[in-house]
Design a protein around this ligand. Structure first.
Ligand code: G3I
Length: 439
């Protein structure tokens, strides 16, 4: 153990040195840009230096533009995996995952639900949006429920023996960033003094209605999603729930969910950028406190969107164990590692596959880590595409945009086959008969 700790400490020193180097680089670059900007401004204010000021300013704008174009311009990589499609014919990781005792899941929506690749590769699924608050309301307006779309997904999953993760009952960003529905605007139609009780009633009704509707169909729910401030240091997000219901909105949601359906596995789901910063510590302390307060929390979801930096696998291993040591189950619930992050590798597609293999192996190595869900099936549809903050290629999934297998399929098939029988086989949903799956 001391040897491992010494290795981790040397690793942290190395990471610290690398970060120091990049911070210095940014400081130098930043200082240079600041000096040039100052020179330009001074030059513009003094007639004698105006020409120099103008040239400096134009130079600066040009430099910044070229830098932005370089970083934001899409990259393309060779696809050696295309030559291996024939060899991979027939690879199916769904059965291997079940026999290895782990859920391998995918986020689905109406466009990718009925693909054979779902049935071939996954034993779990998460509706990407259709179980969310606004999508369950007619026209995303608070009021009457329309379960038809979500029911079709859940029914399809059950009839094919696929587990469904419920995502999500209470999510502050949904009514802030995504406005579905815009609860702030909705509440502003009522007197200030009534807003808390109206929101409380809305949330409680939502939890009871949805959990009762899916009782016996969906075994695990992200009761609360992303409670932390996304750019914070572990503090709670100032969202509509915190504003009107206070910090207890989290515990209250779990308590009511448990009272509504005691058989459910109740999960707190969070997006983390690494597993060693203050946000990660804040999330762990929040969960530990909820548990200490007797809140019925059974697991945590570590979303694992790998967006800008590739996290330390060792740090993830340690972080997962911190939660399983509390007796909680852990799932990696929204995995997608942008291909661009592997752009320096000889074969980025293979490097991405290897990384996913490490994630799966890390989960397999801890019996308390019960599943990994990838936030899509094929690169044909990815939530990050088209957003400037995620310069292409993202391509994070098992199949490419033409639904051809990528190296991750081969890597995971090997790992899961080698893990066959190594863990308690997970409880799989028996394919439902028509009568059973009437929702
Ligand atoms: O379905 C409507 C369509 O009818 C309409 O024409 C279109 C344009 O307004 O919007 C469509 O709904 C969009 C929905 O995705 C389905 O595509 C919503 O506007 C859009 O906000 C929604 O984005 C989803 C987002 O959560 C918000 O619900 C993303 O697809 C989904 O990948 C993303 O997933 C989240 C997790 O739930 C939580 N963790 C972070 C993750 C990424 O943001």
């Amino acid at each position: 153990m001391i040897r491992e700790l010494r290795t981790i400490s040397r690793l942290c020193d190395l990471i610290y040195l690398v970060m120091e180097f990049f911070i210095t680089l940014i400081q130098i670059g930043g200082t240079l840009i600041a000096i040039l900007l100052l020179m330009a401004i001074i030059g513009l204010f003094f007639k004698r230096f105006r020409k120099m000021g103008l040239i400096t300013l134009v130079g600066l704008v040009l430099l910044l533009t070229l830098t932005a174009v370089y970083f934001l311009s899409p990259r393309t990589y060779d696809r050696p995996y295309l030559a291996q499609q024939a060899q991979w014919e027939g690879i199916s990781i769904r059965e291997a995952a079940t026999e290895a005792g782990i859920y391998i899941g995918a986020a689905v929506h109406s466009d990718n639900l009925y693909r054979s690749e779902l049935l071939n590769s996954f034993n779990s699924l998460t509706p990407e949006v259709d179980l969310k608050l606004g999508h369950l309301f007619e026209n995303e307006q608070v009021g009457t429920y329309d379960f038809s779309t979500a029911d079709s997904i859940v029914e399809y999953a059950l009839s094919n023996g696929i587990r469904v993760r419920g995502h999500t009952l209470v999510w502050g960003k949904l009514s802030a960033m995504f406005k579905a529905p815009d609860l702030d605007a909705y509440l502003e139609d009522f007197p200030e003094a009534e807003r808390s009780s109206i929101l409380k009633n809305l949330v409680d009704t939502h939890i009871k209605t949805v959990l009762s509707h899916y009782k016996g169909k969906i075994p695990q729910w992200d009761v609360v999603n992303e409670p932390l401030e996304i750019m914070g240091d572990g503090e709670l997000e100032e969202n509509v729930y915190l504003k009107y219901l206070g910090a207890s909105y989290i515990a209250d949601a779990f308590q009511l969910a448990h009272e509504t359906d005691p058989d459910l596995q109740l999960v707190l789901n969070e997006i983390l950028f690494n597993y060693q910063d203050e946000r990660a510590e804040g999330f762990y302390q929040l969960v530990k406190q909820l548990q200490a307060d007797g809140v019925p929390i059974h697991g945590v979801g570590l979303q694992s969107h790998i967006l800008y930096t590739i996290p330390s696998i060792e740090a993830l291993r340690v972080y997962i164990k911190r939660f399983t040591d509390l007796g909680l189950e852990v799932e990696l619930t929204e995995v997608d590692a942008r291909l661009r992050l592997f752009g320096d590798a000889e074969d980025p597609y293979h490097a991405q596959a290897e990384f996913y293999g490490e994630l799966v192996q890390t989960c397999l190595d801890n019996p308390g880590c019960t599943g990994i869900t990838f936030w899509g099936i094929s690169d044909q549809s990815c939530w990050m595409d088209g957003q400037m903050i995620f310069p292409a290629p993202n391509e994070p999934f098992f199949y490419d945009a033409e639904y051809r297998m990528k190296p991750v399929m081969r890597v995971l098939a090997t790992i899961l086959t080698n893990a066959k029988g190594s863990r308690e086989t997970i409880h799989m949903v028996e394919p439902a008969t028509n009568a059973d799956s009437e929702l």
